[in-house]
Design a protein around this ligand. Structure first.
Ligand code: 5AD
Ligand code: SF4
Length: 446
């Protein structure tokens, strides 16, 4: 860096949308403090790795990446680790990787500029205090996506699902004020974005002291210029009648809910401390579906949780059939230090071969169900929002309101536009679509 140039910062992001959103906030803060954001680590003055701790595998990848960064750093480069793994390991990370000079948890990003300054002078630090007031209200997120905007509405989590590290890494639940969320929505819309995704660990438990999630959906959903409103991820127990009514009555709210199920066995759900039964989950699905016909549903499922028997697992398979999910993210249980699930007796643990075999069967069942549902949709018309160039075939990737991915022909000028398409083909998971040109009405004869 020469004296006249601005220092550069590169941030690499792992994990969930909340982390993507945090990266946008960090970049906002740093660019406002004089840094220039760059797309590659090589030669950057500051390299930050924003990490995830949800499964062992996620952490291993990050450790590998931290190691690799050594060869990408020049003299004076500051390497920092942020996010959930930083919070979980704290100062231990400074011992484990000597080329890391900063470790900052999810509530510590306000001090990034000063911590970086000190790190340049050789001061290594770990900042992992929770701050229950922190929502970074005065930061202006620097967004990567020009088509949809992630807006965090809640930080932390007060549930204590026994497998989950998140309450440890992100602290207690707290909600932003509704007026602040609306203010950010208005700013986002003014920048040309019309799809909003509200983020929270259990987003529908949102409560800012005066307003619940129903109020929030109605308020954000009616901001002028918002055309699509989504939210992720809800907890089944927080779908009050008020919230479901708000979903049904707010026309901008899309016909899709990602509803983490985790298991179809009441016995396993109990050991996971999910606080609902198989029947309770089904009832939630029924209530949502009667309020929003043609609602698309996706979910998260864990296999191999301690004590899961073949009978428990087959209940998970039968739930996939019974609910008819449009898609599911499936995971093998990964024990996380400090979570209650690690305290089950060792004899409860499911051998890896069995967990892998269950995962394969679950994936096959999910895929078959998704394929069946998607084949039924062929020939139908949908409104899509064009998101980005597809990875293959010179096509564009677009999304329906009900969260189906549709590949369509066209050039990059269509990105950000809403089009009507006919679903003409499916790979089983994604669709191929043809743009349907709306007929312009003929002028009336005088
Ligand atoms: N092991 C495996 N999967 C997990 N998830 C959360 N914690 C674990 C764990 N310890 C999954 C859950 C959650 C999703 C984000 O990750 O399904 O909904
Ligand atoms: Fe997101 Fe959870 Fe990973 Fe943290 S641990 S980045 S909250 S998925």
């Amino acid at each position: 860096m020469t004296a006249s140039q601005r220092p550069t910062v590169y941030i690499e992001t792992y994990g969930c949308q909340m982390n993507v959103s945090d990266t946008e906030l960090m970049l906002g803060k740093l660019t406002a403090s004089g840094y220039e954001a760059v797309a590659q680590p090589d030669g950057a003055d500051v390299i930050l790795i924003n990490t995830c701790a949800i499964r062992e595998h996620a952490e291993q990848r990050v450790m590998g990446r931290i190691g690799e960064m050594k060869s990408r750093m020049s003299r004076g480069t500051v390497l920092g680790v942020t996010g959930c793994m930083a919070q979980r390991l704290g100062a231990e990370l400074l011992d484990r990787a000597k080329h890391v000079s900063l470790v900052i948890g999810p509530d510590g990003y306000r001090d990034l500029p000063s911590l970086i300054e000190s790190a340049r002078e050789g001061v290594r630090a770990a900042a992992t205090e929770f701050d229950l007031e922190e929502h970074y209200e005065d930061f202006t997120a620097r967004r990567f996506d020009g088509v949809k905007a992630w807006i965090p509405v809640q930080r932390g989590c007060d549930y204590r699902c026994t497998y989950c590290i998140v309450p440890t890494t992100r602290g207690p639940e707290r909600s932003r004020k509704l007026a602040e969320v609306v203010r950010e929505t208005e700013a986002v819309v003014a920048s040309g974005i019309s799809e909003i995704v509200l983020l929270g660990q259990t987003v529908n438990s949102y409560f800012d002291g005066a307003h619940d999630f129903a109020d929030l959906l109605r308020a954000v959903g009616s901001v002028e210029g918002v055309r699509r409103l989504r939210f992720t991820s809800p907890h089944p127990n927080d779908f009050s009648d008020r919230v479901i009514r708000a979903i049904a009555e707010t026309t901008t709210v899309c016909e899709h809910v990602h509803l983490p199920m985790q298991s179809g066995s009441t016995r396993t759900l109990k050991r996971m401390l999910r606080r609902y039964t198989r029947e309770g989950y089904l009832e939630c699905v029924d209530r949502l579906r009667s309020a929003v016909p043609d609602l698309s549903l996706t979910t998260d499922i864990i296999v191999g949780f301690p004590g899961e028997t073949e009978a428990d697992f087959s209940e998970t398979l039968s739930m996939v059939e019974a609910v008819g999910f449009d898609d599911a993210y499936t995971f093998k249980f990964s024990p996380r230090d400090g979570t209650p699930a690690t305290r089950f007796p060792a004899s409860d643990s499911v051998p890896d071969e069995i967990a892998s075999e269950r995962l394969a069967r679950l994936i096959a069942t999910v895929r078959a169900r998704t394929r069946e549902r998607n084949l039924e949709l062929l020939g139908q018309r949908r409104e899509v929002l064009v998101e980005k160039p597809a990875r293959r075939g010179g096509l564009l990737q677009s999304k329906t309101r009900d969260f189906k991915v549709v590949m369509i022909p066209g050039d990059a000028s269509l990105i950000g536009r809403y089009l009507n398409v006919e679903l003409t083909g499916t790979t089983g998971s994604t669709f191929l679509g043809q743009v349907v040109h709306q007929r312009t009405p003929l002028p009336l004869a005088v």
